[in-house]
Design a protein around this ligand. Structure first.
Ligand code: BYC
Ligand code: FE
Ligand code: FE
Length: 483
């Protein structure tokens, strides 16, 4: 009898999809496995591979108790294939097939579109691990190191999730796509990752926190949309991935918050009230607030690009065909077809930013981006509360959506963070105040010194309020293997 809640460990690959009785797929995954392990082993520096890390592993998809915490060596982490339980009599929630039974197999006419979206989703997961591969060397504490590795192993599991779908449902070309996911590589000249943001560097821990706050949040929005898919296995996979995703954004939000807190505390102790007194603030061994804002500007705008063009027939087709829904599709009160609806998108009229009413179906990327912007604003408000509490006058802001864009109507245009179109000269000059400069990068790097003593934190970041799994402050989250 297939147990769909608890995870079966009777194959090499933990799963709740009955792999032990699905010999074809099991064989395909076992064939793919060594390549995955090689990829992991080549990626993460050796002494971390041999260290004992206090990680959570998914052992069930029961929302009340799906994970267990223990020390594991990362290469021995049990990356499993886990799908949220099947919803009985689930129906396609949108588009021209609205109300028809959800598909348990790939509908032939939508095969290519579906495969493309799964491949794109799968491509981001290992891309992010590649971007973060060297951060373990400069972790500001063992707590943070553990969180990094937790995020990394779970992104690895997300790759498994997409590879399972490719191997099970897309035959020979699914197998080829699964192999290619291990061949493309972040930042590579010949075979880069598919989406822009996953070829950028994550050079330091502040970038890592901004990435997990802003870019993993694109992951959340996209997974929420794919969780609405009429293709039920995709929906179930994404629903379970979302439970893990919440922790990634927590790491980002609290990481940035703790960075801000350390800065504010140091400024207060030293009696510095002007946040723009950058050199004095930096001399305290913390990151000045304007530089944190620049990092925010960069990672937010890179993440906005991940939503694609404001007007997209790809997105219209995916919705209409029942492949990809909207954020919270099931809770929206409309006809879920959008044939006669309109939506306002941002556009350019000469040099002016305008709102333009377009058919709602074509505006789904913009709509998801709007939902994202609202979602992303929450943490920024909480960061500002920390600044406020220390009596410092400074406010973090999300820049205007037109700033620093590479995709969509604003791409390549000289907008400043307030959304004003400025001259080339003003733009060049402004950039040093809007985006991290090489000098800012050098300064941040100078702070990136590893701390290996349990319960101790680098000067630039405050300790967390609570431990992982309720562990005490001096808990040894990583037992380092010293070469
Ligand atoms: N970079 O019609 P459009 C995550 C291409 S993050 C490069 O607007 P569409 C995670 C586009 O492919 C979530 N190319 O495209 C986070 C298209 O090319 P073709 C990842 C781009 O399809 C942190 C052309 O431009 N999941 O999980 O409507 C850590 C026309 O554009 C980009 C997904 O993204 C770009 N930024 O929208 C770990 C979900 N943007 O077909 C993990 C699946 C667009 O003309 N993907 N292009 O050759 C999708 O739903 C859609 O593909 C996109 C793009 C929303 C990404
Ligand atoms: Fe992921
Ligand atoms: Fe994530």
């Amino acid at each position: 009898m297939l147990d769909l809640i608890n995870v079966s460990y009777d194959t090499q690959i933990p799963n709740n999809v009955g792999l032990s009785s699905d010999k074809r797929v099991l064989k395909a995954l076992e064939k793919w496995h060594p390549g995955y392990i090689n990829w992991w082993n080549d990626l993460i520096p050796q002494n971390f591979q041999e260290s004992m890390v206090y990680l959570r592993t998914a052992v069930s998809v029961d929302p009340k108790g799906w994970a267990k915490f223990d020390y594991v060596k990362m290469p021995e982490y049990r990356w499993g294939v886990l799908l949220a339980p099947q919803v009985e009599d689930r129906r396609i929630p949108m588009g021209e097939h609205l109300g028809e039974p959800a598909w348990q197999e790939v509908p032939g006419e939508y095969r290519n579109l579906l495969k493309r979206l799964i491949v794109i989703q799968g491509d981001t997961e290992p891309g992010s691990v590649e971007q973060q591969r060297f951060l373990g060397l400069t972790a500001p504490s063992l707590y943070d190191m553990r969180n990094l590795f937790q995020v990394n192993v779970e992104e690895g599991r997300h790759l498994w999730a997409m590879v399972y779908l490719l191997q099970k449902y897309f035959g020979r070309d699914g197998r080829e796509e699964a192999n290619d996911l291990l061949i493309r590589s972040s930042g590579s000249e010949e075979a880069p990752r598919m989406l822009g943001a996953f070829n950028e560097e994550t050079p330091d821990w502040l970038s890592f926190f901004m990435f997990t706050y802003f870019t993993d949040r694109d992951g959340k929005m996209q997974l929420e949309s794919l969780a609405q898919s009429g293709f039920d296995p995709l929906s179930r996979t994404c629903r379970f991935m979302l439970t893990e995703e919440a922790h990634h954004m927590f790491v980002g939000e609290t990481g940035v918050g703790r960075t801000i807190q350390a800065t504010c505390e140091a400024m207060k102790t030293a009696g510095i009230s002007d946040p723009y007194d950058i050199n004095k603030v930096r001399d305290l061994g913390v990151i000045d607030l304007p530089t944190i804002q620049k990092k925010l500007n960069l990672h937010y705008t890179l993440s906005l690009d991940l939503f694609g063009q404001e007007i997209s027939t790809n997105a219209a087709n995916a919705f209409n065909q029942g492949i990809k829904g909207r954020y919270m599709e099931m809770r929206l009160k409309d006809d879920h077809r959008l044939i006669n609806d309109t939506y306002n998108v941002l556009d350019l009229d000469g040099d002016k930013i305008i709102e333009k009413e377009v058919p709602a179906l074509t505006a789904l990327n913009m709509r998801l981006r709007d939902d994202y912007v609202k979602d992303a604003a929450g943490g920024v408000g909480r960061w500002n509360k920390i600044i406020d509490k220390h009596g410092i006058e400074y406010e973090m802001k999300l820049p205007h959506q037109a700033f620093n864009r590479k995709i969509g109507v604003f791409s390549g245009k000289n907008f400043d963070p307030d959304g004003n179109l400025v001259s080339g000269a003003a733009y060049d000059q402004g950039l040093t105040e809007w985006l991290p400069t090489h000098a800012d990068g050098d300064f941040i790097q100078s702070l990136m010194k590893p701390i290996h003593e349990p319960g101790v934190y680098a000067s630039w970041i405050a300790p967390p309020k609570v431990g992982i799994d309720n562990k005490p402050g001096d808990f040894e989250y990583v037992k380092l293997h010293m070469a």
